[in-house]
Design a protein around this ligand. Structure first.
Ligand code: TLP
Length: 343
């Protein structure tokens, strides 16, 4: 199978498996796991933040962040197709008791003027704005990079109003590698950041949130409440360290493969994509005649996996377990499915 459903399907490397076996461990609920502490220090340093905290998943990272920032009944400004809105099972409403003020973004992000307009005035009728969330790269916008200048201008508006900015940086290193701008420069225009170790970086599990020391302590308490105090979590942190040391620069290969895939698709009848808009490792294409669910079913029978993204949209994600040759093969199978119209 050529698995283009997500970069979450990546298998850990041999080096990661060895690091897991050899990891020095302790009980992290006592703060005594040296490997977890090392990973947290490493991420804090990479993102230019005071402290960091290992969490179970990207979703848990975003949710402890919302919980640590926002009182119940307050409002979070967020782009309408953000992962936090779309794919986190309603957690922010169910757990933090916040409501979303969703804004329509351009390639995944609203502009600073929209954000300024959406911040609530101090009025007894209104829910107070407690957080602004951004996502870089933006999943549903096809791995789009929010430009640094846009992040800076939103951050300035946020600071003027004393509102924190949280970045869902599940794929922040993809943005960094694609632009050549270090992750810490993007992170400088945020108060808190969540990064995933288990997407393109290929660690088996885990995410890290980073931010001010006092805020991390609050996030730690929320993580505990959510059942995320993981004891000898160095087993998870060890491959995470290897991921950050060995898997960041190679993301460029995934980006080149995604662009190659998009160019191949653009040449086919029956599917639409502008390859120039493919900036990182996610390719979202629109089917002209087939429904996405029928297309992905037919493609699966030919040994290629992709995810339907809406009725007529399909998403392909490149990653380290998909080679250029695999992408070439996938293109052939896609062409055959489009030609047969699924039959
Ligand atoms: N995204 C997954 C699915 O949940 C859609 C994927 O296959 O892309 N933020 C962003 C931007 C994400 O794309 C994801 C995962 C998460 C957060 C959540 O991470 P996990 O899956 O570790 O909870």
């Amino acid at each position: 199978m050529i698995d283009l459903r997500s970069d979450t399907v990546t298998q850990p490397t041999e080096e990661m498996r060895r690091a897991m076996a050899a990891a020095e461990l302790g009980d992290d609920v006592y703060g005594e796991d040296p490997t977890v502490n090392r990973l947290q220090e490493m991420v804090a340093e990479m993102l230019g933040k005071e402290d960091a905290l290992l969490v179970t998943s990207g979703t848990q990272g975003n949710q402890v962040s919302i919980l640590a920032h926002c009182p119940p009944g307050s409002e979070v400004i967020v782009e309408e197709e953000a992962h936090i809105v779309y794919y986190e099972a309603g957690a922010a409403a169910a757990l933090a008791g916040v409501q979303f003020r969703t804004l329509k973004g351009e390639r995944g992000a609203p502009d600073a003027a929209q954000v300024r307009e959406a911040i609530r005035a101090d009025n007894i009728h209104f829910p107070p704005t407690s957080l602004i969330c951004l996502e870089n790269t933006h999943n549903r916008a096809g791995g789009a990079i929010i430009p640094l200048e846009k992040m800076e201008s939103i951050y300035q508006v946020a600071c003027e109003h004393g509102i924190p900015v949280h970045l869902d940086g599940a794929r922040l290193f993809n943005a960094a590698v694609a632009t050549g701008i270090p992750a810490r420069k993007f992170a400088a225009f945020t108060h808190t950041v969540q990064i995933c170790l288990s997407k393109g970086l290929a660690a088996p599990v885990g995410s890290v949130v980073a931010g001010p020391r006092e805020w991390i302590e609050r996030a730690r308490r929320w993580r505990k409440r959510l059942g995320g105090g993981m004891r000898h979590a160095g087993i998870i942190a060890a491959p995470g360290i290897v991921a950050l040391q060995t898997m960041v620069e190679r993301l460029a290969e995934d980006h080149a493969n995604a662009r190659f895939l998009a160019e191949g698709l653009a040449a086919m009848p029956g599917i639409e994509i502008d390859p120039r808009l493919v900036e990182t490792n996610i390719v979202v294409a629109t089917l002209k005649k087939m429904k996405a669910a029928d297309f992905t079913r037919a493609l699966r029978e030919r040994g290629v996996l992709a995810n339907p993204f809406s009725s007529y949209k399909v998403r392909f994600v490149t990653h380290k377990d998909v080679s250029r040759v695999d992408v070439e093969k996938a293109l052939k199978e896609i062409a055959a499915v489009l030609k047969n119209g699924g039959h």
